[in-house]
Design a protein around this ligand. Structure first.
Ligand code: 13P
Length: 253
């Protein structure tokens, strides 16, 4: 059975105090209001991971994610955080290949593969992001573009390794822009991604993989997006910084 997942990517936002307030509010709202089977993932900035993790420990719907991880195991890599460190403080998921990291930190497909490998080796569940820029969509090359991203970073994983991976489709033109992919655009890309996964891995693994949509997802559009057969949840940016909006998105299933 594929999991329904709503993940909040806080990006580089919130002070420590604000982060604790936000997570306490989410914890309470999820406890009081969310009845369905949905996994809620929260990805705060690195310095808050442990404290946020402690606050969510008593709530089995809430799970902790990091926004990034080093591709290296350990050693002289100043400023980097390893998968083992994340695992040792109770982190369960890790976002890999977000377009902002590909763009601003020049993370290429091979580096992302190494990050996937390092994370899986430590028992972390990667949320692997893919998605095309506007010019690729306008040129009608979006399927090929995303297919290539999947192939270039995932194809070296074994079926067992791939088993832990969650995919997030985030068209770059929809991130932080207020412009969402229509539910039809999301569905056709998610179905295409699942089809590509079934070529790279076994069909059952592809069927069971959760594929999340990200990009200006909000309480107003989540219901229609999540109703699509191949949309298994969302990776939420801006709206995950507001407890009311984030909870309403979770309740859209
Ligand atoms: P927004 O929801 O702010 O568009 O961000 C999406 C995103 O990048 C989540 O990782």
């Amino acid at each position: 059975m594929r999991k329904k997942i709503v993940a909040g990517n806080w990006k580089m936002n919130k002070t420590y105090e604000e982060a604790l307030t936000l997570v306490s509010e989410i914890d309470n709202m999820v406890k009081d209001e969310v009845t369905g089977e949905v996994t809620v993932v929260i990805a705060p900035p690195f310095p808050y991971l442990q404290s946020v993790g402690k606050l969510t420990q008593g709530n089995d719907k809430l799970h902790l994610a990091a926004q990034n991880v080093s591709e290296h195991e350990s050693g002289a890599y100043t400023g980097e955080v390893s998968a083992r460190m994340l695992q040792s403080i109770g982190t369960e998921y890790v976002i890999i290949g977000h377009s902002e990291r590909r763009m601003y930190h020049h993370e290429d497909a091979q580096t992302l593969y190494q990050k996937l490998k390092a994370s899986i080796a430590q028992g972390l569940k990667p949320i692997f992001c893919c998605g095309e820029p506007l010019e690729e969509r306008d040129a009608d090359r979006h399927f090929d573009y995303v297919g290539q991203q999947l192939h270039d970073s995932l194809s070296y994983l074994s079926n067992e390794e791939f088993d832990k991976v969650v995919i997030a489709y985030e068209p770059i033109w929809a991130i932080g822009t207020g412009r969402t992919a229509s539910s039809q655009q999301a569905q056709e890309m998610h179905a295409y991604i699942r089809e590509q996964l079934s070529r790279l891995f076994d069909a059952e693994a592809a069927y069971n993989t959760s594929i999340l949509y990200g990009g200006s997802c909000n309480p107003g559009n989540a219901k229609e997006l999540f109703a699509q057969p191949d949309v298994d949840g969302g990776l939420i940016g801006g709206a995950s910084l507001k407890s009311r909006d984030f909870t309403d998105i979770i309740k859209s299933f």
